[in-house]
Design a protein. Structure first.
Length: 415
């Protein structure tokens, strides 16, 4: 995104032109940013036998998944819906992994019937899988007792985490797989999301590698995702080349000790798409309140839940006058909840110094490409926005704006 005196540009297309053509609110993604992140990460990991699987929970727009497929990525899926999207996007079955936390048997059957490897999450699931599908290739999700992340909700390793089989249960895993003939081809972990300190990632990696040496027939080790991106304007970016080199070195050393070269897998979501995406909304009303100047816009946590859910910070820009005179303002959504504000922390609203907004102006919420649309809902019965992918001067509609019929079609006419 380019910030020019006369407004924001995505590729060569202005925010104003995008709203004129596709209306508001609108998700906008820049294809070049997605490709740049993918290439950066591929180059950073200086170990050849590797696969980067896009954790598509971050963004399941099929056109965006296709871009990442063109960049050579695979897919980490956590539901049959994500498997469905991955297959529609053209991913090959052996490049999709299905991570199976607390899923009912029909979901595992869906994956198996589509020839997609299951990444099993508990000893009981492992037993059941062994009974139903003896002799199959599987992956095992380990909880390394190390967790990290930008918020408690997204820490997925450690004693409070519902995910994976504790790394101390190696003997149980081996016993179950020996009896059922299951073949452990991969072991996996994902410790959390939004990690900006390479050391945490490397520490957890060490635990998984230590666990891996107990399993003889491995083909790959999957260290999960979690690589963070800066959300605050002055936040430092993790040096991806430093992380990539550390990961590669640790892995190469391990393979030496293991006696065989294995495939290194990571599965980032946020890192690949967060910075490519923007949510544009239009100022519907300005209210000079007792304490705050409220800028009310035509979108809310139904379209981007991260601020309301985690107190997450998203940079906000004036899409028409980015360098306009600034004043203290609160950007609020249009949902019937007082928590529906975009300038906030976990406790509540926070005033922010932003260019003066008036009715009709376009507000741009940055870093919305990951866990934005994919976490959107129909709350207050508002349809979800359209999504547009920009490359150069071309803006392509990649998901149409929804209608009331989309919201209600599954209940209309069935009673
Ligand atoms: C199993 C698994 N892998 C990968 C990811 C991707 O995390 P991130 O988007 O932080 O890279 C997640 C996110 O929750 C996950 O649960």
């Amino acid at each position: 995104m380019d910030i020019r005196n006369d407004g924001l540009y995505f590729g060569d297309v202005s925010a104003e032109d995008l709203i004129k053509e596709f209306e508001s609110p609108l998700y906008v993604y820049e294809e070049d940013t997605i490709r740049a992140r993918a290439r950066e990460l591929k180059n950073a990991i200086t170990y050849d036998n590797k696969e980067i699987k896009f954790a598509c929970k971050a963004n399941t727009n099929i056109e965006i998944m296709k871009v990442l497929k063109e960049e050579g990525m695979g897919i980490d899926a956590v539901s049959p819906g994500e498997i469905f999207a991955a297959l529609k996007a053209g991913f090959e079955k052996d490049h999709i992994l299905f991570t199976t936390n607390n899923v009912l048997w029909d979901e595992i059957e869906y994956a198996v019937s589509n020839d997609i490897m299951a990444n099993l999450d508990s000893l009981s699931q492992l037993k059941m899988f062994g009974r139903e599908f003896p002799g199959r290739d599987i992956c095992i999700r380990i909880n390394p007792n190390v967790g990290a992340g930008h918020h408690n909700h997204v820490i997925t390793g450690g004693p409070d985490s519902k995910f994976g089989i504790n790394y101390t249960r190696v003997d149980d895993i081996k016993e179950i797989t020996r009896k059922s003939g299951l073949r452990i081809k991969g072991i996996h972990q994902h410790i959390g999301s939004g990690i900006l300190d390479p050391e945490i990632f490397i520490k957890a990696m060490g635990v998984l590698l230590d666990t891996a040496k107990n399993f003889e027939g491995l083909s790959f080790i999957d260290f999960g995702g979690g690589i963070g991106v800066p959300y605050q304007e002055n936040e430092e970016r993790m040096d991806i080349r430093v992380l990539g080199k550390r990961i590669a070195d640790e892995f190469e050393n391990f393979c030496g000790r293991y006696g065989r070269e294995l495939k290194l897998v990571i599965e980032p979501g946020r890192y690949l798409v967060a910075e490519s995406g923007f949510l544009l909304g239009t100022v519907a009303s300005v209210k000079e309140g007792e304490k705050h100047r409220f800028i009310g816009i035509n979108t809310g946590f139904n379209h981007l839940v991260r601020p309301a859910m985690y107190g997450s910070y998203h940079q906000i820009l004036h899409a028409g006058k980015p360098y306009g005179a600034r004043e203290s303002q609160v950007i609020a959504g249009n949902l019937c909840e007082s928590g529906d504000t975009f300038t906030r922390d976990e406790e509540g609203i926070v005033d922010r110094d932003l260019p003066h907004f008036k009715e009709g102006d376009i507000v741009c919420i940055c870093n919305a490409g990951a866990y934005g649309y994919s976490m959107a809902s129909y709350y207050n019965s508002r349809p979800r926005p359209a999504e547009v992918l920009v490359k150069g001067s071309r803006a392509r509609l990649i998901r149409r704006r929804e209608t009331f019929e989309d919201i209600f079609k599954s209940s209309l006419g069935i009673m």
